[in-house]
Every structure is written in structure tokens, then in C-alpha cells.
Write a protein that binds this ligand. Structure first.
Ligand code: GLU
Length: 353
């Protein structure tokens, strides 16, 4: 298949106000996916809504609890309901679906990361639409993705997608919070995600789902750095996915991919692996990294913090700003008499635009 896209549907779109699965939304997304597949585009679905649907089933109308353990258990009730609904929505088009539940560790260990990719690709070869969610029932609160926007961006990176579509309950990224400012208007196209835009997105979203605009913007950053065009658009529109993929219509907010696509491995270092520590570097080293594309030498590191071992990811910081991220060559314990090269340039990603 020529093009491959990831579409993520948020909890507030997958479910109705009463928490039950919104079969109409699933039907329109499934119809769009079937249509795109016929045109030769591969589609991977990331779905939220397990917790919301699960609570609608077992909560009997009571207010949603906050206790993480209870919510995890509730997701175990909702996930099969969700999959059943997706299965029915796709069955209309004669398409089978397969469930893949991912946890952050699947992205941290490179071997596991490649393995997850293999499974998704094998499903596609079988003609099956992969439907992905976070493994909410067992993922520890500390190590969760927390929101499916980030998960969807990492999946887009994992499979080398061309496009990521985040379907939600707003028209896209707006210039202000429409609940506070009636003049809020849609931002149609974004060329670079800067601090000004992050301030616009600072406002959070709806009562269900954990995303909000800030997390969508963070996801768009991961995706665009990975060379993936990203669209944030309304789920409850006619043909939402087909419209988001049509570059000739204005639908939602489109984030253009960076021209310089990070290699899959570098994108993995930049966004998938958690940092275990930080290296504060001096001005000379910062310059050598930023302008000359050099490796970071141990002499350029003024101090280090965190408990890391050889091969762990660390943030490289200059004057309080995270300049780069990379895989460190020595453990924190043995740093001062470790490798002369602290982080090799092949293992390093610069964050400056
Ligand atoms: N994985 C969660 C669920 O299915 C949703 C996370 C999110 O809101 O992004 O309920």
C-alpha cells in the first residue's frame, strides 16, 4: 500500500454524553477507513473510550471515580465493548479488525518497539485493520502514556505513517478557548510549533478523555518531527477522515511535516524513550552540538543528574533549555572516568528548529 495513516478518535467522540459507545461516529469513521483502503491507503486506528464506556456499563450513572486502580479495572470492562463496537462497524464493509494494546515499555525497548511494528504490519498484510489502545488495565499509573494523542503520534512514528489524524470534539486548533472568547477562530495551517502556539493550546479540553489541546499539540510535535503531516479535526462531521485527508478542502488544523524528517531511530530516541537524567553542558559544547553537528564530549559536560546507565537516554541541557537528547555512553556512577565521548552524534537528536 502506498500511503499509511494513523487515525485517533478521542473518548469524547467515541462515546455519547451518557458514556455509551457512539455507534454513529464509529460507523462514519469505519466507512471512511473502508473508502481510503479501497484507494490503496493503509489505515491504523487508535481508539480511546475504554474507561468511559466501561464506566457507563458498571457505574450505573454514578459520577466517574478518580481512583486509578478502579479506572484501570473499569477499562477492562470497556475495552471489549469498544472492540465489539468497532468490529460491528467494520463488518458492514466486510473488513476484520484486530486489537493491539500497547504500553510505554513497548516503545522504550528497541527490540520490543520493532516487534510491535512487526505485529501491526502482519495484521495489515492479512488485510485486517489494527485497532490500538493503551493497555490501561495493567499499565502502572507512573509509566502510562496517559493520553492516546501521544500514543497515536508514537504509533505514526513507529510505522512510518504519512499522516496522523486526531479526531476530536472541536473543529481543530482555535485561536482562543471558544467558551471564553466568541471570536475564537480556526487556525488552518501550522508550519512550526512554537511557544506562542503552545500558549494558545494551553487551555484544556472536555470532561471525558485526558487529552485536551495541549496534548494534541505535543502529539503534533512528535509527528511533524517524524515527518508526519498531522490534522486535528472534528469527529462528528460527515466523512471526517476522508475530509482530513483531502488536501484541497479546509478541514481542521493541518500541521505540515518538517522537511528534515528524523530517521526512525532518531525519532525513537527523541520521543519514545524516557530520559533517565540530564547533562548540563558548557557554551562551547552547546555550540559544537548545534552548529557543527559534533558528538558531545565528556569535557563539555559541566554536571550530570539522574541515575542512568550506559545506553540510557538523557536530556542535554544548556542554560536551563533542553538542547538535545541522546543515548549516553557511560553510567552516571562511572561518568567521570567513563568514555571520552559522552553522547555520540549518531545517538543524538537536536531540538533547535
Ligand atoms: N486509553 C484511554 C481509554 O481508552 C483513553 C486515554 C485518552 O483519553 O486519551 O479510555
Amino acid at each position: 500500500m502506498s500511503k499509511r495513516i494513523v487515525v485517533k478518535i478521542g473518548s469524547s467522540s467515541v462515546t455519547r454524553a451518557d458514556g455509551g459507545v457512539d455507534h454513529d461516529v464509529l460507523a462514519s469513521v469505519a466507512a471512511d477507513v473502508a473508502h481510503l483502503r479501497q484507494r490503496g491507503t493503509g489505515v491504523i486506528v487508535v481508539t480511546s473510550g475504554a474507561i468511559t464506556a466501561g464506566w457507563a456499563e458498571v457505574g450505573k450513572g454514578a459520577k466517574r471515580p478518580h481512583d486509578a486502580r478502579v479506572l484501570q479495572a473499569v477499562s477492562a470492562v470497556g475495552q471489549p465493548l469498544l472492540m465489539d463496537a468497532w468490529r460491528s462497524a467494520f463488518a458492514v464493509h466486510g473488513v476484520s479488525v484486530g486489537q493491539v494494546l500497547l504500553a510505554p515499555l513497548d516503545f522504550s525497548h528497541r527490540g520490543q518497539y520493532l516487534h510491535a511494528r512487526g505485529t501491526i504490519e502482519a495484521l495489515e498484510t492479512l488485510g485486517v485493520v489494527p485497532i490500538i489502545n493503551e493497555n490501561d488495565a495493567v499499565a502502572d499509573e507512573e509509566i502510562r502514556f496517559g493520553d492516546n494523542d501521544r500514543l497515536a503520534a508514537l504509533v505514526a512514528n513507529l510505522i512510518g505513517a504519512s499522516d496522523l489524524v486526531l479526531l476530536t470534539d472541536t473543529a481543530g486548533l482555535l485561536t482562543a478557548d471558544p467558551r471564553l472568547d466568541p471570536d475564537a477562530s480556526l487556525i488552518e495551517e501550522v508550519h512550526a510549533i512554537d511557544s506562542e502556539l503552545e500558549a494558545v493550546a494551553g487551555v484544556s479540553g472536555s470532561a471525558v478523555g485526558s487529552g485536551g489541546m495541549a496534548s494534541k499539540l505535543a502529539a503534533a510535535r512528535i509527528a511533524t518531527w517524524s515527518g508526519v503531516r498531522t490534522v486535528i479535526a472534528a469527529a462528528r462531521e460527515k466523512t471526517p477522515l476522508v475530509s482530513a485527508m483531502d488536501e484541497n478542502v479546509v478541514f481542521g488544523t493541518t500541521f505540515l511535516p518538517r522537511a528534515e524528517r528524523l530517521s526512525a531511530r532518531k525519532a525513537w530516541i527523541a520521543f519514545a524513550v524516557a530520559s533517565r537524567g540530564r547533562l548540563e553542558v558548557n557554551a562551547g559544547a552547546a555550540r559544537a552540538l548545534s552548529h557543527d553537528g559534533r558528538s558531545l564530549l565528556r569535557v563539555g559536560v559541566e554536571s550530570h543528574a539522574g541515575v542512568f546507565v550506559e545506553g540510557d537516554a538523557v536530556d542535554i541541557v544548556s542554560n536551563g533549555v533542553v538542547l538535545a537528547k541522546g543515548l549516553v555512553r557511560s553510567s552516571a556512577e562511572r561518568f567521570d572516568d567513563g568514555d571520552e565521548v559522552a553522547v555520540h552524534r549518531d545517538d543524538l537528536v537536536l531540538f533547535a528548529e
